[in-house]
Design a protein around this ligand. Structure first.
Ligand SMILES: *Cc1c(COP(=O)(O)O)cnc(C)c1O
Length: 453
């Protein structure tokens, strides 16, 4: 064993010998090189040859304040000297309490409880179980289904994939899953030219209202990604949808679960996406950016109303007996608290407004490109959709895998961009500087030229 490790000096060879990578057809690595990263600083990643890359996708949307952030590092180092981990059942610790207090203080008045989980998908699973169990505890025995949008993404576990609707990730496993009621997405890419985003989104809500009216007796919750379907090719919709949804959910006794895992922590321009609709979800799922991109952590926030339906004598067996071993890991909670410090101290949400306006202005230079079908932005989420026919918006055949050409070109030019199908997106850590934005936009343009040739 040790002999073999010594023999393989090359980290890429060693990796491919033992590691099965996420979301990857491993055979692709016969042609696409795997990139070993030695270190990171700010928006920059550096490989073992000293080549640097701007992390323009925040390492799958998690990084907020750059890699190896001095402040977050020092906070974790301090915590490490005190306590690395302790179970959260029967015990507690300062970083978790502080984080829960702060997240609740940042939320609408009716959000008063924080239930910790440890990654995005597990937060969704816990939210589904919590909603179902709430209705059961208060005597609604028939509620056991969920409503979700077409093109939605809520994670990879059997539960969270059940409420997702992207064939690429789901189709193969469909027979393993529970039925979800899927309603057409209000995604404004599909609107008529004569319509505003708001008009289109409002019109599309009729499908949701019909589904709610028809199924409310058997439905626990509608689960939705506020404003942007991120894994669903960064498709966007108008905030009016959540307002209409809130009203309908109230009228028909259905929970509204906001999956803020990707859009939370400032991505949409406000701290949380649902704020733009001025609503209070019943359950809010947070992960990804919560720790600034440092450690795995997730949480669901909910109301005392839901909490109180579980609060009872033990023997009634109404408790929420859900747990994960690393629930509210103190190091992860410390990273999250440090990240929130930076949001407060540096007035990030305000500063991002200028950055996103600058990005939008720069991106618009690609508008005249023959193969650019759409340029869209919500806050710090920016996307350019490549199409075969601009006017009829005919997509390129997915089998052509044009995104990979763009990915390779970007890497050659010191930028990590990882398109979703034919959609190039730019979702940087908030510490990105103007000249770095300029570089990314230039490279995006070059990548689109190469990929659409
Ligand atoms: C990434 C993501 C998840 C799943 O989170 P993981 O930590 O990857 O399990 C769920 N919902 C949305 C909207 C996401 O973007």
């Amino acid at each position: 064993m040790s002999k073999k490790i010594n023999k393989l000096e090359n980290i890429v060879e060693r990796d491919l010998d033992v590691i099965w990578h996420p979301c990857t057809q491993m055979k692709d690595h016969e042609k696409i090189p795997l990139i070993p990263i030695k270190s990171g600083k700010g928006v920059w990643l550096e490989d073992f040859d000293g080549k640097k890359y701007i992390d323009a996708i925040s390492s799958w949307w998690v990084n907020i304040f750059g890699h190896s952030n001095g402040y977050i590092n020092s906070k974790i180092a301090q915590q490490l000297k005190k306590l690395e981990h302790v179970l959260l059942a029967g015990f507690t610790h300062e970083p978790a309490v502080k984080l829960a207090e702060r997240l609740i203080a940042m939320s609408p008045a009716k959000i008063n409880k924080c239930f910790f989980t440890d990654n995005g998908s597990s937060a969704i699973d816990a939210a589904m179980k919590m909603s179902f169990h709430f209705w059961k505890n208060i005597g609604y025995k028939k509620k056991r289904k969920f409503i979700a949008l077409s093109n939605s993404y809520h994670g990879e576990t059997i539960g969270s994939l059940s409420v997702s609707n992207i064939d690429l990730y789901k189709k193969t496993y469909k027979s393993l899953m529970k039925d979800t009621i899927i309603v057409p997405s209000p995604d404004c890419y599909n609107k008529k030219e004569s319509e505003t985003n708001k008009e289109y989104t409002t019109r599309m809500f009729s499908f949701m209202l019909d589904a709610i009216k028809k199924n409310h007796k058997s439905v626990c919750a509608v689960i939705i990604e506020p404003l942007v379907q991120c894994a669903g090719y960064m498709r966007m919709y108008h905030p009016i949808y959540l307002k209409l949804l809130r009203d309908a959910c109230d009228e028909y006794d259905i929970h509204l679960i906001a999956d803020e895992i990707a859009v939370g922590f400032g991505r949409t321009g406000t701290m949380f996406g649902y704020e733009q609709s001025k609503i209070t979800p019943d359950i809010i799922c947070l992960s990804k950016g919560i720790t600034g991109g440092y450690l795995t952590l997730s949480t669901i926030l909910t109301s005392n109303k839901i909490y109180n339906a579980f609060y009872d004598e033990y023997t009634k067996l109404n408790a929420f007996l859900h747990s994960h071993s690393y629930t509210a890991n103190p190091l992860a909670c410390t990273a999250a608290n440090a990240s929130l410090d930076l949001f407060e101290k540096k007035d990030i949400i305000e500063k991002n407004k200028l950055k996103s306006k600058y990005i939008k202005d720069q991106l618009m230079s690609m508008n005249s490109h023959n193969n650019v079908g759409d340029i869209r932005q919500t806050g710090m989420i920016n996307a350019v959709e490549m199409v075969k026919d601009k006017h009829k918006r005919i997509p390129f055949d997915w089998k052509e895998r044009r995104g990979i050409k763009a990915y390779k070109y970007a890497l050659e030019n010191n930028v990590l961009l990882r398109p979703l199908g034919n959609v190039m997106y730019f979702m940087p850590p908030y510490v990105i500087k103007k000249n770095e934005i300029d570089h990314v936009i230039n490279v995006m343009e070059g990548a689109i030229n190469i990929a659409t040739k």
